[in-house]
Design a protein around this ligand. Structure first.
Ligand code: HEC
Length: 132
């Protein structure tokens, strides 16, 4: 009986601890996504739209995470990217930002060379936040 009482006592504390952690994680992601939006503006936006109504030189990046490479309907991809057989994950996008022509030789995206892991992380978090 005593053990049960203690256990019941612990439940609200555990619950609060879990809530606290996820709230912080959510807040961190929001801050990272906001920073990522700034980096995206600086490094990617001139070629990539995130607005389906606006045509851009590069393919639309809304919803890119989880999308098959070279598969955005109607975009004139290079043969290299069209025939690349993989799906965009967070890791693939990091590798692409760092060395896109190394990852897919023959791509028509100019080498952007974002090598800073923190900047890569922010941009990926931003892209994930606009993936829904
Ligand atoms: C100078 C213009 C330019 C810049 C700057 C640029 N891109 Fe691209 N991007 C392109 C083009 C063009 C393609 C299509 C490549 C092909 O067809 O080979 C592309 C393709 C992509 C793809 C593949 C999408 C798909 O549908 O398969 C991703 C992901 C991507 N870019 C991310 C980025 C990110 C992130 C940045 C910023 C760090 C960036 N790009 C900066 C022009 C650019």
């Amino acid at each position: 009986m005593k053990a049960i009482k203690i256990a019941i006592h612990l439940i609200p504390a555990l619950f609060a601890a879990t809530l606290g952690t996820s709230a912080v994680a959510g807040e961190y992601d929001a801050i990272k996504a906001a920073a990522g939006a700034e980096f995206f503006d600086k490094e990617c936006h001139r070629c990539h739209s995130v607005d389906a109504d606006r045509a851009s030189y590069g393919p639309l990046l809304t919803g890119v995470i989880g999308r098959k490479a070279g598969s955005f309907e109607g975009y004139p991809y290079s043969d290299a990217l069209k025939n690349a057989n993989f799906t965009w994950t967070a890791g693939a996008i990091r590798a692409w930002m760092e060395d896109n022509d190394g990852l897919v030789p023959g791509t028509k995206m100019r080498h952007v060379g974002v090598v800073d892991a923190t900047v890569q992380d922010f941009i990926v978090t931003y892209l994930a936040s606009i993936s829904e």
